[in-house]
Design a protein around this ligand. Structure first.
Ligand code: NAP
Ligand code: ZN
Length: 365
């Protein structure tokens, strides 16, 4: 029997226009709100209009910080923190993909702690972060239900996360309409990230009974959208299911963390600009092959829940959705494997994850 604790403090509200309909919940968080978004996605998705309508209906004063970059850097969230200290909000409302949502978490800390962004990695703050409301506009990261904020660390030349339990958003609004205008390539990339969280979480050393249950459900929902993802024609129902699968993936990794896939994916994003989810998708097939040596029953479960006959078919589909792998030199393979081996993500994988193993996974991907 396994002893474990399951902690999921985020109120998840699913449905169309719930952000507007349940605006009263925002008022409970205070009278001043800083909206944190990327440059265009919050507007294009329609989520910013809904948020403004909700805030206005409750007489909540707001200001907009709309400068979040993709894969936000410490410098970028530092600018958001400065804007927040000036405006003095009571809570943060993040709208966007994982980048704005993760930036919102950093801003929630920096708003009330006048520290250098680098000090976020201390994971200990004099003042607790402001409450966060998260509105995802991609179906991928699950950041709306995790306590993680993944930031680009330019000095270390990689991505690195910080985390405290108070970073779990207080509320997550899941409205599929906000993902409707996502271009196909971003829909696929982010869907691969969601799948990656579900698969990595299920195969993680830290998997627990509840995370297994959520991972199974998430993979089955994801599988229902596979046809739409492959054909490039997603119905509203597909988009809704993907969003729910992605949130389930977030709940899974909030407990299990991620594994060697994310550890190897970060340098592919940092050095080669591969979108986060695409980088994971390109590595997943070889990861399954490696994991099958240690937890074959679990790998079989993954294939069965996805409705696939073997790892070969899984890898072909990943290649179809992610496109080609970037070419890497021998030196790059060694360097990225060494970086990945030093992360805690790699250590959460099943099996003996050495630098040599990681090099082979990169080469075979
Ligand atoms: P993203 O970097 O947030 O967004 C990618 C692109 O999609 C951006 O150009 C964005 O525009 C655009 N976009 C977003 N929503 C859109 C919409 N509805 N319509 C049209 N365009 C839209 O991508 P992401 O994959 O969601 O997030 C990746 C980040 O999340 C990475 O930094 C990754 O490390 C992190 N992550 C965090 C967790 C966690 O638990 N915290 C887990 C996994 C990944 P804008 O530039 O205008 O926003
Ligand atoms: Zn991810």
């Amino acid at each position: 029997m396994q002893n474990y604790s399951f902690f999921m403090p985020t109120r998840v509200i699913h449905g169309e226009r719930e952000l507007v309909k349940q605006a009263g919940l925002l008022k409970q968080l205070g009278n001043r709100c800083l909206l944190v978004t990327g440059k265009t996605s919050a507007r294009v998705s329609g989520a910013l209009d809904d948020a403004v309508e909700a805030l206005k209906s409750q007489g909540i004063e707001y200001e907009l910080f709309d400068q979040v970059e993709n894969n936000p850097s410490l410098e970028n969230v530092g600018a958001g923190g400065k804007a927040a200290r000036k405006f003095r909000p009571d809570f943060i409302l993040g709208i966007g993909g994982g980048s704005p949502l993760d930036a919102s978490k950093a801003v929630a800390v920096l708003a009330v702690n006048n520290i250098e962004p680098e000090e976020l990695y201390r994971n200990k703050f004099d003042n607790p972060p402001l409450p966060i409301v998260a509105v995802p506009t991609t179906a991928g990261t699950g950041s709306e239900v995790t306590p993680y904020s993944v930031l680009t660390h330019n000095e270390l030349e990689t991505k690195k996360s910080f985390s405290v339990p108070e970073l779990f958003p207080r509320i997550a609004f899941l409205d599929w309409r906000y993902t409707e205008k996502l271009p196909l390539s971003i829909t696929r990339d982010t869907a691969l990230d969601a799948l990656s969280h579900l698969v990595e979480g299920y195969l993680s050393r830290k998997a627990i009974g509840t995370s297994d249950f959520l991972a199974e459900r998430g993979m089955k929902l994801w599988a229902k959208c596979l046809k739409g993802l492959r054909e490039g024609a997603l119905t509203p129902e597909d988009r809704d299911l993907l969003l729910v699968a992605s949130t389930l993936g977030g709940m899974v990794i909030a407990h299990t963390g991620t594994t060697l896939v994310h550890a190897l994916g970060y340098p592919l994003t940092y050095y080669h600009g591969l979108p986060h989810g695409r980088a994971n998708g390109l590595l997943l097939g070889e990861y399954l092959r490696f994991s099958a040596q240690y937890v074959p029953e679990r790998v079989n479960d993954v294939l069965a829940w996805l409705g696939l006959k073997d790892i070969g078919e899984f890898s072909r589909i990943m290649g179809e959705l992610a496109g080609p792998m970037v070419g890497l030199t021998g030196e790059e393979v060694k360097q990225y494997a060494a970086k990945a081996a030093a992360t805690k993500n790699a250590a959460q994988s099943q099996g003996d994850v050495t630098e040599t193993v990681l090099q082979r996974i990169l080469e075979c991907s």
